[in-house]
Write a protein that binds this ligand. Structure first.
Ligand SMILES: Nc1ncnc2c1ncn2[C@@H]1O[C@H](COP(=O)(O)OP(=O)(O)OP(=O)(O)O)[C@@H](O)[C@H]1O
Length: 263
């Protein structure tokens, strides 16, 4: 059963916690007759400083949810509250401008600020150092590895002064070793900057490695069906037995969702 679609509202009112709150959010693509219901009455709260991973079958509406929170698209119903927080979105592809240097790519995110060119360059350098690319500002993206390009994309997101990082399978195209290093980097930055992170992945171990909570969405239309708290001590290792064991339990539930949809 799907909820009747209500009036949509996005609120950016002042406030402290939570960083992101979705209440009764539905998304219909197209008209209700010939349309496709991607999300159905989703309730989800992410506290500032919390790392929340989103899992679900392909096409269940994970990317849709991120684009609604980012304000790239409007919900058909429900409310999305961000307080006064700034949001940055990162994708699987780093989407860098190939003709610009690494530093200039990060500087693009600083253009809205009242900084002169020299100050922008210095700020970009600071963000590149945070992601351990301090010596690569003058390179072009094609001169970097895939993992380094994703680090540049992360530096660019941080340069937007984001309080909330929305990450859509950001490490999905990387090899396991690089992904592992980037997990460490991201975890460090998340802690140091007290970010709220909403992280979409298909990799259950990655979700358990990183998340304070793992949210399982139903197959389309996406609804929150399970909310797994991850209380394992940090830092965690993707190949550790406790991560593997919780990942196996979550995978069982994910499989049920996928099978249910395939019937
Ligand atoms: N702009 C759009 N117009 C119409 N339908 C769309 C649009 N964007 C997404 N959809 C549909 O909405 C559903 C949810 O898509 P979405 O990309 O959010 O799922 P997802 O869970 O991120 O998928 P995946 O895990 O495969 O990336 C899919 O059926 C998709 O085809």
């Amino acid at each position: 059963m799907t909820a009747p679609l209500k009036e949509h509202a996005v609120s950016r009112t002042e406030g402290t916690s939570p960083a992101v709150r979705l209440t009764g959010v539905s998304k219909m693509y197209g008209t209700s007759k010939g349309g496709l219901l991607a999300l159905d009455n989703v309730d989800l709260t992410v506290a500032q400083g919390e790392f929340v991973c989103l899992l679900g079958a392909s096409g269940c509406g994970k990317s849709t949810m991120l684009s609604l929170v980012a304000g790239l698209d409007a919900a058909s119903a429900g409310t999305i509250e961000l307080g006064d927080r700034r949001v940055a979105l990162m994708f699987q592809e780093p989407a860098l401008f190939p003709w610009l240097t690494v530093s200039a790519n990060v500087e693009m995110a600083l253009r809205a600020k009242k900084l002169d060119k020299k100050e922008r360059r210095a700020k970009a350098q600071e963000f590149l150092e945070i992601v351990h690319l301090g010596g690569f500002g003058d390179k072009r993206p094609h001169e970097l590895s895939g993992g380094m390009r994703q680090r540049v994309a992360l530096a660019r997101s941080l340069a937007q002064d984001a309080d909330v990082l929305l990450m859509d399978e950001p490490f999905g195209a990387l090899d396991a070793m690089t992904r592992d290093l980037l997990h460490d980097e991201l975890e460090r930055i998340w802690r140091e900057r007290t970010l709220a992170v909403l992280f979409v992945t298909h990799n259950v171990r990655e979700a358990v490695r990183l998340g304070d909570r793992v949210i399982l969405l139903s197959s389309r239309p996406g609804k929150v069906v399970r909310d797994f708290p991850v209380t394992l001590a940090r830092p965690r290792r993707t190949d550790s037995s406790d991560v593997a064991s919780l990942a196996a339990e979550i995978t069982g539930h994910l499989r049920e969702e996928v099978v249910r949809h395939a019937r």
